[in-house]
Design a protein around this ligand. Structure first.
Ligand code: NDP
Length: 397
């Protein structure tokens, strides 16, 4: 039915490509291209029910990308490389004439700055070209946006308070490791916190606001306020929101390592000279930390990510907590990857499926809450990320 080209061959891509192959009625032709072709070949080699083509590509290079698109002729390009490549891939998609999907918003390499402005600026050009760009279709951003849109459709006349809560209750049995690309992860966490209240963005010192929250099947965890990119689009697309925040759990061991990493300058993104060679400390650090793609084997426990929402329905105050729990062991058994890669790769696959089936196919540049949440929610239940809802309980926030 559809030709998909996936860029990037890390943990998230491993899951997305394997799940695409499990849905071969939708993804009839798959190509996987990345900087290191051997990583693509390894993923393709694990897939037995269909042949996945592989290729080498530098996704920073627009003309190289266009040549690849011309040879494979994809209907959608799924960008699972790093956020730095978003704009070059979007440019190449426009130049060739193919729709686009990613899981993380663009970041400039030399500045950890999270905003959609660069990608939203492509809206008119995608509209004119009759192409669809689907932004941020992982779990958070991604499923959390869809959960919010679903809750708005089913439970509320207006949403007033939104708290996105992200708990990794798992244990990978390493002293310190990040669950996805270490450079992107540490850049995100060491930024100032930010949340939206009464029309304004309020900044907090990094990891300075903490609440003890309870997660289904996992229990109580220290949860820290962070800025997360989906807040920007959600407050724009749901203008009745008075306050929107994002919380993520971290253990004390993780935070101690992070503090040391920052204090000794290893989280820096500014290049330094080392033996006459320019290196970026955080990029060097990535090379010595465990590869997130290899954590799956000994990972136990679950992730629990969801939206705690309150607002009004028929003049009454009400609330809901809509969430998914995902087991690291189950994710590993099915795809060879841990639950953080799984919870990102599965929604990326479903987003591409929504496009190919014509449910999420509208010219322009969109965040996922701007599409119909219903078929996506159905697929979450079928594709390994079942969701649940509690109503009118103590949201703790
Ligand atoms: P990895 O670092 O494991 O994989 C990234 C892949 O991209 C690697 O294969 C890498 O190549 C490739 N790559 C990097 N630069 C280029 C380039 N210039 N040209 C071609 N390929 C390139 O990352 P993850 O799989 O953990 O994450 C993938 C994406 O998913 C990231 O953007 C991350 O921010 C996002 N993410 C989103 C989440 C969500 O919920 N929305 C959650 C988790 C992640 P090589 O193998 O050679 O290094």
């Amino acid at each position: 039915m559809g030709r998909v080209l996936v860029i990037g061959a890390g943990g998230v891509s491993t899951v997305a490509v394997k799940k695409m192959a499990m849905n071969a009625d939708v993804f009839s032709d798959i190509m996987l291209a990345s900087r290191t072709k051997s990583k693509c070949d390894k993923i393709a080699g694990d897939i037995k029910n269909m042949a996945v083509q592989t290729a080498q590509v530098d996704a920073d290079n627009v003309s190289e990308l266009i040549r690849l698109f011309e040879s494979f002729k994809p209907e959608i390009v799924v960008n699972l490389a790093l956020p730095y490549q978003d704009l070059s891939v979007m440019e190449a998609c426009l130049a060739y004439g193919v729709s686009y999907l990613d899981t993380a918003n663009y970041e400039p390499l030399d500045e950890a700055k999270y905003e959609y402005s660069w990608q939203w600026a492509y809206k008119d050009r995608y509209e004119k070209a009759q192409l669809t760009a689907i932004l941020g279709c992982g779990f958070d951003p991604g499923v959390t946006n869809v959960f919010t849109a679903y809750a708005a459709n089913h439970y509320f006349d207006e949403i007033n308070y939104l708290d996105i809560v992200d708990c990794n209750g798992g244990d990978h049995h390493k002293a310190f490791a990040t669950n996805f690309n270490p450079e992107i992860n540490i850049r995100e966490i060491t930024q100032k916190g930010r949340y939206f209240e009464n029309g304004q963005w309020i900044e907090t010192e990094p990891l300075s606001v903490c609440k003890y929250l309870h997660y289904p099947e996992v229990g109580g965890r220290e949860s820290y306020l962070l800025y997360h990119e989906e807040l920007e689009s959600l407050v724009k697309n749901f203008p009745t929101i008075k306050r929107a925040r994002f919380w993520m759990t971290f253990g004390q061991e993780y935070l101690t390592h992070l503090r040391v990493i920052r204090n000794i300058g290893m989280a820096s993104i500014k290049p330094i000279l080392y033996k006459g060679m320019e290196i970026v400390p955080i990029q060097f650090l990535k090379e010595v930390l465990p590869d997130p793609g290899t954590l799956g084997e000994n990972y136990t426990g679950e992730t629990s990510i969801g939206c705690r929402i309150s607002g009004k329905h028929l003049g009454q105050e009400r609330n809901c907590y809509i969430y998914n729990n995902c087991s690291h062991e189950e994710a590993y058994k099915e795809t060879g990857a841990q639950a953080v890669s799984y919870t990102t790769g599965v929604p990326a696959m479903i987003g591409a499926m929504m496009f190919l089936k014509g449910c999420w196919n509208k010219p322009g540049v969109w965040n996922v809450e701007q599409f119909d949440p219903e078929p996506f929610m159905d697929e979450l239940n079928k594709q390994g990320l079942p969701w649940h809802v509690f109503h009118n309980l103590d949201l703790e926030l």
